[in-house]
Design a protein around this ligand. Structure first.
Ligand SMILES: *Cc1c(COP(=O)(O)O)cnc(C)c1O
Length: 361
């Protein structure tokens, strides 16, 4: 290789994102609980809308995403002019890093924060920095203490993945208020819909100039495979991000399916209600097997074992029963497993398998 041909600083420091396992050797139909996907799938109306686009794929899709932004605006009570749509919220996270951080700058997030923050920071040439959490929960004081005049972006997922914990509105407001003047707070609301009465930080975005919210169709809406997310931000920030957005970043299929999914409140409410019921049931069932579980706020549970060996042994046992969950050692949580809350039958299978693992051990 020609040594003169080298990528930009930071790029080679990126470790490739590891997705949740999807297969088990020798198991035909495993139950995949490793990527926080919606066990009920997307709204049938979204599937129908996606199919209807297949007849005009020779036409470029609209550039402005106006109908999708209008649907999001109506449902969430937000100004569509301050919404931007991307290829998953991952793309919005990328734009934010590209636009607001570069060499010499710092991008701050918490100890067990989502791995895309580090990847996007490095891709932009900026330095990823982590602040400690307290009891697996975002610690506003630790984040503020880690800020300096090089801090450009502060990412927190609320609820966070993989911990499943969250902080309240007062803490969010205190964080936004305490940041240095050049730093932007990004509230990653990938799981906001799963929290009753939580707006994902939308009101805080509306009230301030230094807060952005990201959301996704990948979790509650069951469209992870289609790749659609969105951001809500002050207008000047939307104007910046739109300069980075490729004009045709979203296809007809993505746009029309997402709009139909957003407008189908019946399906969304059903998925939310089932998840709220089942996550409590599963958390209790796991606690009954002597696992430690923080109150789950999203569509997954972080189960804490005695140590790494026990967690890995349980993971292998679950796999032998056709259940795929997520190891989270890469997130600094080697003695934990992250388990997506599936449908009732999957939750029961997980509970039964963990109980059987306990009997064996
Ligand atoms: C799943 C997830 C996302 C969503 O990513 P998409 O690109 O929208 O699929 C964002 N943030 C966190 C913390 C997540 O867990």
């Amino acid at each position: 290789m020609n040594a003169a041909i080298t990528p930009q600083p930071g790029i080679l420091d990126i470790a490739l994102y590891e997705g949740g396992k999807a297969k088990i050797e020798g198991v035909a139909d495993p139950i995949k609980l490793s990527s926080n996907e919606n066990p009920f799938g997307p709204s049938p109306k979204a599937v129908e809308a996606a199919q209807a686009t297949l007849g005009h794929l020779h036409r470029y899709p609209p550039i402005d995403h106006a109908p999708l932004r209008a649907a999001i605006g109506e449902v969430h009570g937000l100004d569509p002019e301050r919404i931007i749509c991307g290829v998953g919220s991952d793309e919005v996270i990328n734009w934010l890093c590209q636009a607001y951080a570069g060499p010499g700058d710092e991008v701050l997030y918490t100890e067990h924060g989502f791995s895309m923050y580090r990847i996007s920071a490095l891709a932009a040439g900026a330095k990823p920095v982590t602040a400690p959490e307290t009891d697996r929960t975002t610690d506003v004081d630790a984040l503020l203490a880690a800020c300096n005049d090089r801090t450009r972006l502060v990412f927190i997922a609320n609820p966070n993945n993989p911990t499943g914990t969250m902080i309240g509105q007062d803490d969010l407001a205190r964080l936004a208020e305490g940041l240095p003047p050049a730093a932007l707070l990004v509230l990653d609301g990938a799981y906001a819909e799963f929290v009753d009465g939580y707006d994902g930080g939308a009101a805080l975005v509306g009230a301030r100039e230094n807060v952005v919210m990201t959301r996704t169709f990948s979790k509650l809406y069951g469209l992870g495979g289609l790749r659609i997310g969105w951001g809500y931000a002050p207008k000047p920030i939307i104007d910046v991000l739109n300069r980075l957005r490729a004009p045709f970043n979203l296809s007809w299929t993505q746009l029309d399916a997402a709009e139909a999914a957003m407008r189908d409140r019946t399906h969304a409410d059903f998925c939310r209600t089932e998840n709220a019921r089942l996550r409590v049931w599963l958390a209790d069932a796991l606690r009954a097997q002597d696992l430690k579980v923080d109150p789950p706020m999203a569509n997954f549970i972080l189960a804490r074992f005695r140590d790494r060996e026990e967690a890995e042994a349980c993971d292998l046992f679950l796999q032998s029963r056709g259940l795929i969950v997520r190891r989270v050692a890469g997130y600094g949580l080697p003695s934990c497993l992250r388990i997506t809350v599936g449908d009732q039958a999957s939750c029961e299978k997980v509970a039964d398998a963990v109980a059987a693992f306990r009997v064996m051990a």
